[in-house]
Design a protein around this ligand. Structure first.
Ligand code: NAD
Ligand code: UDP
Length: 311
C-alpha cells in the first residue's frame, strides 16, 4: 500500500539506499539530513522524482511532518566521525529519538530505530543474541555512540509502553557497500580505498579482532521486512553471521584489487570490541530474513563502486 515515509539520515550510506528502495516501491519519501556525514551526491539521482522531497534539517530539533512511517537513521556511524564531536553525537541519538518518537506519537506513525551491535559493547558472549545486555564502558571514547544508542532504545520501549507508540528496533551489525564515503573511516571502505590508491593498508591492533560484514542490499531487505511486519517490535539483530578477522579482510581486499599495497599495523583504539557476530535466529523466525550475499560478492560490488568514486 502507498505510504508517506520520512527517512532521517536519508542522504547517508544506508539512508540513500533506503530512499531508492522506497521510491522504487512508489511511496512518497521525505529525506531529512544535515549533511554531517551524508552527501547530496548520494541522492542526486532522486531529485527529479515527483515522489521525493529533501529537507536540510537537524534531527536534534523537533520537526512536524505528516507521514505513515519514520525510519530514524540520522547519526554518524563511523567511529572517526562520531568521535569528532561526541556531545553532538549523543544529542543526535537521544534528542533525535525523543523528536521522532514525539512526532510518531502525535501523528500515529510507525517508527523504526537504526540501533546497533554496539549496544553489546565488547561482548563476552558469542555470537550475540538479543537478550544479552552488553558490556559497555559508560565513559570511554565510544560511549557517546554506544550509550546514545542504548538510551535511544530505552526511549523507544518507554514510548511504546507508556504511549503505545508503534516502534521497531533493529540492531545493525557492520554493513558495507557502495556510497560509503571514501573518508568514512570504517574498515571496509578504508581498506578498499587504500588498496585502490596503492596506499598502506592500516590494520589497528593485531588484526585478530573479528567483525561480521553484511552487504547493504541484504541489510535493507531486513530493515524493510521489520518495518512492515505487524505485532513485532524487536529488538532484532540484522547482520551477516559470516565472521572474519580484520587481517583476513585486509588479505581479501588486497587479493581482489590486485593491489601492491602493504599492510601496516597501528595502535588499536581504546574499547575496540574484540569479537562480533550476530545470532540471527530471531530475524529468521520473525521476519523470514537471512542474508544472501557473501563477503566476496559484496566486496566485488563495493570495489567496483570505489574504482569510479574515489572522491
Ligand atoms: P552515515 O554516516 O553514512 O549516515 C548517517 C546520516 O545521518 C548522514 O547522512 C548524516 O549526515 C546524517 N546525520 C547525522 N547527524 C544528523 C543530525 N543531527 N540531523 C540530521 N541528520 C544527521 O552512516 P550509515 O552507515 O548510513 O548509518 C545509518 C544509521 O545506521 C546510523 O544511525 C547508524 O548508527 C546505524 N548503523 C549503521 C551501521 C553500519 O554498519 N552501516 C551499523 C550499526 C548501526
Ligand atoms: N580497523 C582497522 N583499520 C582501519 C579501520 C578500522 O583495522 O583502517 C578496525 C577497527 O579497529 C575495528 C574494525 O576494524 O577493530 C572495525 O572497525 P570499524 O570502524 O569499521 O567499525 P566498528 O569498530 O564500529 O565495528
Amino acid at each position: 500500500m502507498h505510504k508517506r515515509i520520512l527517512v532521517t539520515g536519508g542522504a547517508g550510506f544506508l539512508g540513500s539506499h533506503l530512499c531508492d528502495r522506497l521510491i522504487e516501491e512508489g511511496h512518497d519519501v521525505i529525506c531529512l539530513d544535515n549533511y554531517f556525514t551524508g552527501r547530496k551526491k548520494n541522492i542526486k539521482h532522486l531529485m527529479d522524482c515527483h515522489n521525493f522531497e529533501l529537507i536540510r534539517y537537524d534531527i536534534t530539533i523537533p520537526i512536524f511532518v505528516e507521514v505513515d512511517q519514520i525510519y530514524n537513521l540520522a547519526c554518524p556511524a563511523s567511529p572517526v566521525h562520531y568521535q569528532y564531536n561526541p556531545v553532538k553525537t549523543i544529542k543526535t541519538s537521544v534528542m533525535g529519538a525523543i523528536n521522532v518518537l514525539g512526532l510518531a506519537k502525535r501523528i500515529g506513525a510507525r517508527v523504526l530505530q537504526a540501533s546497533t551491535s554496539e549496544v553489546y559493547g565488547d561482548p563476552n558472549i558469542h555470537p550475540q543474541t538479543e537478550d544479552y545486555w552488553g558490556n559497555v564502558n559508560p565513559i570511554g571514547i565510544r560511549s557517546c555512540y554506544d550509550e546514545g544508542k542504548r538510551v535511544a532504545e530505552t526511549l523507544f520501549f518507554d514510548y511504546h509502553r507508556q504511549n503505545q507508540v508503534d516502534i521497531r528496533v533493529m540492531r545493525i551489525f557492520n554493513t558495507y557497500g557502495p556510497r560509503m564515503h571514501p573518508n568514512d573511516g570504517r574498515v571496509v571502505s578504508n581498506f578498499i580505498v587504500q588498496a585502490l590508491k596503492g596506499e598502506d593498508i592500516t590494520i589497528y591492533g593485531t588484526g585478530e579482532q573479528t567483525r561480521s560484514f553484511c552487504y547493504v542490499d541484504d541489510l535493507l531487505d531486513g530493515m524493510m521486512k521489520l518495518m512492515n511486519k505487524d505485532d513485532f517490535n524487536g529488538p532484532v539483530n540484522i547482520g551477516n553471521p559470516g565472521e572474519f578477522t580484520i587481517k583476513e579482510l585486509a588479505e581479501q581486499v588486497v587479493a581482489m584489487t590486485d593491489s601492491g599495497s602493504k599492510v601496516v599495523y597501528q595502535d588499536l583504539p581504546s574499547d575496540d570490541p574484540q569479537q562480533r557476530q550476530p545470532d540471527i535466529t530471531l530475524a529468521k523466525a520473525e521476519l523470514g530474513w537471512e542474508p544472501t550475499i557473501d563477503l566476496e560478492q559484496g566486496l566485488k560490488k563495493t570495489i567496483e563502486y570505489f574504482r569510479e568514486n574515489l572522491d
